[in-house]
Structure formats: C-alpha cells, structure tokens
Design a protein around this ligand. Structure first.
Ligand SMILES: C[S@@+](CC[C@H](N)C(=O)[O-])C[C@H]1O[C@@H](n2cnc3c(N)ncnc32)[C@H](O)[C@@H]1O
Length: 211
C-alpha cells in the first residue's frame, strides 16, 4: 500500500542527488536548505532509528556518522542500490510505511520528503502502527512538504503554475500533500504530543513524542 509512486523513484534514483543539490530549477525551493533539514532531523533523533523512504541514503549517512543505529526501509530497488552503495553498513529492507519487518527497539522513527506518498487515511494507519511500536517518550521526526490550510495549498498551486513549473505542479496535485491541521489530528488521535516548525517554503518539521 502507498507504493504507487515506486516506478517513478526507480527512474529518479540515478539523478535524485542532482535534484536535491538544487540543479533542477522547478524543485529548487522544495530542496532549499536540504542538508540543514536533514541535520535538524538527526539532532532530534535518539539512538536507534527506524527510517522510512531512505532514497539514496543521504539522511541514513548523517544518522550513521552521528553514531546512531539505523534500520532503513525503502520500496524502490533503484533507490536501495544507491543507498547501499553510499552506506554499505546500513541495515536496509524492502518495505514501506505500512509494511515493514518487525523492529522492537527503535526509539525514533524518521523520514524526510516521503510521508506524502500516503493518503491521509494511510497516514492515520501508519501513525497508529508507530504508536504501538514506540514506548513512552519515543519519537516520530518527519520533515515533508505540507500546507498550513487548503487555501495555502491552492495559492501554492497557482504560484507554481504562474512560474511555469508544470512538473512540480503535477507532483503537488497528484501526490497526497496534506495540511498541518490534518497531521495534528492524526498524531493527537494516536497519543502523541506534536509540534510543527516551518523549515523552508514547502517543508515542515513534525516532531511527535509518544505520551
Ligand atoms: C523524495 S524521495 C526522499 C528520499 C530521502 N528520504 C531524502 O530525504 O532525500 C522519496 C522516497 O520515498 C520512497 N517511497 C515512496 N513511496 C513510499 C512508501 N509508501 N513507503 C516508504 N517509502 C516510500 C521513494 O521510493 C523515495 O525513495
């Protein structure tokens, strides 16, 4: 479930790191301060980290070099190959946000630029699973594109359309980017204290602590 974008990521795996470095004008603002965003997630993480949607392994690399144990989950074969080439010592599994090997000791669940691949209903299901997996004070630390409210989302679509960024527009219209209100309700429903911090024009940090 939530795997409908995998073919796209197999194709993107060879040029993904150029996009995050700002080479693709359309995605420049989305990936603005990419390294700082990943560093913020590392700083907020505990010692045993379950990471979803590792992509080419940029966040995994930073977590590992900070001395953390990382268990990575990634559904795209192309991305898994890239991530392992970068981090041969990474424990990496084929899986997704909803279907993954049993991990018992994680104190933190992280993900960057990936949670929007789930519909809001699937996001709710995923956070429910993580609530069962984490102990009290365990954390979810996600960074992803989200919108303050629906008007904010519509205005962003309009702005991107006027800029002529039609690939980005299609992405924003077809993937499941949600609002801070929806995310707040989901985390609260599953017994998390949650806070949000805007990190660039698109990306928000969400830090949820299990009660
Ligand atoms: C935009 S990339 C982000 C990669 C990396 N986390 C980063 O910050 O650069 C999104 C990643 O999420 C993965 N993905 C797509 N659907 C997923 C799902 N349902 N569960 C977990 N990961 C998924 C993609 O294969 C891809 O590697």
């Amino acid at each position: 479930m939530g795997r409908e974008f995998i073919d796209l990521f197999d194709e993107w795996s060879s040029s993904y790191d150029e996009t995050v470095s700002g080479d693709d004008q359309e995605y420049k603002e989305v990936f603005h301060k990419y390294n700082e965003i990943l560093n913020t997630v590392v700083q907020r993480s505990g010692n045993i980290v379950l990471e979803f949607g590792v992509g080419t392994g940029n966040l995994s690399e930073k977590l590992i070099s900070s001395g953390k144990k990382v268990i990575g989950i990634e559904p795209s074969k192309g991305m898994r190959e890239k991530a392992l080439a970068r981090n041969p010592q990474l424990e990496l599994h084929d899986g997704d946000f909803l279907s993954f090997p049993q991990v018992e000791h994680a104190d933190t669940i992280v993900s960057t630029y990936a949670f929007h691949h789930l519909t809001d209903e699937e996001k709710d299901k995923a956070v429910g699973l993580y609530s069962q997996l984490l102990k009290k004070d365990g954390k979810i630390v996600f960074a992803d594109t989200a919108f303050l409210h629906d008007t904010d989302k519509k205005e962003r679509h309009e702005k991107v359309k006027n800029q002529g960024y039609l690939n980005l527009l299609k992405d924003l219209q077809t993937e499941y980017y949600t609002t801070i209100g929806v995310l707040e309700d989901i985390f609260k429903k599953h017994h998390f204290d949650v806070s949000f911090q805007k990190l660039n024009e698109y990306v928000w940090l969400m830090e949820a602590v299990k009660k």
